[in-house]
Design a protein around this ligand. Structure first.
Ligand SMILES: [Zn+2]
Length: 380
């Protein structure tokens, strides 16, 4: 890619997507892309000479075909008008409350995939990392929509990177299990899939248990870490350090494709965890320090403040810039934050579960770590 200059990080901006609307009551708001872009811009995080702002305003059908079937792509095209829903669409998961038909649906799919592939192009072309906030649609299958996801840009990115000879680890810290990505690579030992999420006993897509470890030659290369409801930052970090970081270090990828949904937050309306964005960003920072080349994708997040704060912190980390803020936020004489922490005004107040509830959470995390050490570690 001779036309790409080298740099620290590329922000991939799909300016048109904010106009799309799944439905007025739908929790997924494409407007989030605009909000994150604006916050990053206002804080001067897009103007540094070390970063690039890349605008994507068109996509290609052939890129969807890297993973999706021709029949399914035709269904997506038919749904683009935002009008009639037919039985065929419903058969492919489209036209439901969860995955509604809306005007511009196909365009939205094309743009999401194009932006993620642009992120891949930037990272393979000399940039250290790239971030597409309009990505991370990890529930889509090759011929079926699921969980607000119509096309699986994460799978498409991994397939492209593989084709370019890169060794890829996919790390998914969204509160939901990445069923679409898991299924696409379940028998593939060349890609490591690691997902840390709220347990499928209490949350969609109702799977992603620790004993789903891959099959055939892919056995051991699919790792699930199902967390109990009410899991807090400390328990998440324990699991992240002992399983996610350990497995990725053993696998030693060239590139990480990260799905960085912010719906693990205690204030997310769809999930049941008790995390703050401190564990979120600190785990990403640790991973980034060890593995600089990251294709970072958005994902879930249904509280707009969590999304904009979380992804601004994420972008600042990738870009190697100070997220701004820097004041302690003293309210009523009580110091609410540490001004020495980067982007402190974007950080949630730290809070932890305690007492017997915490002991139960730690016990359950220790069981998951033992399971990983006994059943998976030797494959890596
Ligand atoms: Zn999610």
């Amino acid at each position: 890619m001779k036309d790409i200059r080298k740099g620290k990080a590329a922000f991939i901006y799909t300016s048109g997507v904010s106009e799309f609307n799944f439905s007025p009551e739908h929790p997924f708001k494409p407007l989030r892309v605009e909000k994150v872009y604006k916050m990053c811009k206002e804080r001067g995080l897009l103007s540094d000479s070390s970063v690039a702002l890349i605008k994507v305003d068109e996509g290609r059908e052939e890129d969807l075909a890297i993973f999706h079937t021709a029949d399914y792509i035709n269904i997506l095209k038919r749904a683009d008008s935002g009008e009639a829903v037919d039985v065929d669409m419903l058969y492919h998961g489209i036209g439901t409350m969860e995955n509604p038909v809306f005007s511009g649906l196909y365009q939205f799919c094309l743009l999401s995939v194009a932006a993620t592939l642009k992120a891949v192009e930037m990272v393979t072309g000399g940039f250290e990392s790239a971030f597409n906030p309009c990505g991370g649609f990890h529930h889509a299958h090759s011929d079926r929509a699921g969980g607000f996801c119509y096309v699986n840009d994460a799978v498409i990115a991994i397939k492209r990177l593989k084709k370019l000879g890169r060794r890829v680890a996919y790390v998914d810290i969204d509160a939901h299990h990445c069923d679409g990505v898991q299924d696409a690579f379940y028998d593939d030992p060349e890609v490591l899939i690691v997902s840390i999420h709220e347990s499928g006993r209490t949350l969609f897509p109702w799977g992603g248990f620790e004993n789903e470890i891959g099959k055939g030659k892919g056995k051991g290369f699919n790792i699930n870490i199902p967390m109990e409801p009410d899991t807090d930052d400390e328990v998440f970090t324990l699991l992240f350090n002992n399983i996610v970081m350990d497995s990725v270090k053993r696998f030693d990828p060239d590139v990480i494709v990260g799905q960085f949904g912010t719906d693990t937050s205690a204030t997310d309306p769809l999930t049941h965890l008790k995390m703050t964005n401190n564990a979120y960003i600190e785990s990403i920072q640790l991973m980034h320090k060890n593995f600089p080349n990251i294709v970072a994708l958005g994902g879930g997040g249904y509280n707009m403040k969590d999304v904009t704060n979380g992804w601004t912190l994420l972008w600042a980390e990738l870009a190697g810039l100070e997220a701004g803020g820097g004041y302690g936020g003293a309210i009523g004489g009580v110091l609410m934050g540490d001004s020495s922490i980067q982007g402190s005004d974007l950080r949630d107040m730290r809070s932890y579960v305690s007492g017997p509830a915490k002991e139960k959470l730690v016990l359950s995390a220790e069981k998951l770590i033992s399971y990983y050490e006994e059943n998976i570690q030797s494959f890596l």
